[in-house]
Design a protein around this ligand. Structure first.
Ligand code: MN
Length: 260
């Protein structure tokens, strides 16, 4: 049997399950909010074109509008100034093979429950590797925080008087993931790949700065990372093929071996 025939057999028989890591793209889903002097990302919006009525008697459809960075979405290297001159740095030019890759899922949910500003460190990942093995080159590194269960749905970025408070990696950890493990990218359930307090870091937002500067990708606003094994899942996440696009909302699926 070929590998693909075997995959189809496993999908049909339930040996491989598919887990949806995507939030439903809806009008009330929060978008990231920048300080007021900057341009802002639009929330998702949809308007009925016709719904079996005199605008179109037999068909139903919408016009939609959305920023590239709203809802569960993909960040391409061109999103950041550090990645602006890299080859194949836009969603329409990234090699499609990069949209199917394994994931390592690092469970930080206990730490985040205690501390909304939890910073993922190199030592935390080295400790994780002692249990689960070395992070393979070309894998996604997903930070599981169970954020949807923790965050106030009306304040998803957990913005307080002094700014946003959600977890993310520190600068040393980001550099280690890139230089020592050559990950494909970093993914999170939070509203950005960087911690809320990372705007004050030097450079600000190091996960964006160094990951995209190294040609790596970001996934954010995911959900259901608690349903993934620490290793052994395969992520399928092709963004929309927007010409010159810096990112896009997308469906993120995980293929997971079912344990009997
Ligand atoms: Mn983004």
């Amino acid at each position: 049997m070929t590998a693909l025939e075997n995959l189809v057999k496993e999908l049909t028989s339930g040996g491989v399950a598919i887990i949806d890591l995507t939030e439903t793209l809806r009008e009330e889903y929060p978008t990231i909010t920048l300080p007021p002097e900057f341009g802002q990302a639009s929330a998702f919006k949809k308007d009925v074109i016709s719904q079996y009525d005199d605008r179109g008697p037999m068909w139903f459809w919408h016009n939609i509008s959305v920023s590239e960075h709203t809802g569960t979405h993909f960040d391409a290297p061109i999103h950041w100034v550090s990645g602006k001159d890299l080859p194949n740095n836009t969603v329409d030019t990234i090699p499609p093979a990069d949209f199917i890759a394994p994931a390592c899922v690092v469970n930080c949910s206990n730490e985040v429950a205690e501390d909304r500003d939890f910073l993922l460190t190199r030592d935390f990942l080295i400790n994780w590797e002692e249990t689960f093995g070395k992070i393979p080159r070309g894998s996604w590194l997903f930070m599981r925080s169970d954020w949807r269960k923790i965050a106030d749905p009306n304040n998803y970025a957990n913005i307080q008087e002094d700014g946003a408070h959600h977890p993310g990696p520190d600068e040393e950890c980001v550099k280690w993931m890139i230089e020592e493990r050559d990950v494909l990218g970093f993914g999170t359930e939070c509203i950005g790949t960087d911690a809320g307090i990372a705007m004050s870091f030097d450079p600000p937002l190091p996960c964006h700065y160094f990951m995209h500067g190294a040609g790596k990708y970001g996934l954010q606003c995911m959900t259901n990372l608690d349903l993934l094994p620490a290793t052994g899942s395969v992520i399928v996440c092709p963004p929309l093929k927007i010409e010159g696009g810096s990112g896009s909302p997308l469906r993120v699926l995980a293929l997971v071996p079912k344990l009997s």
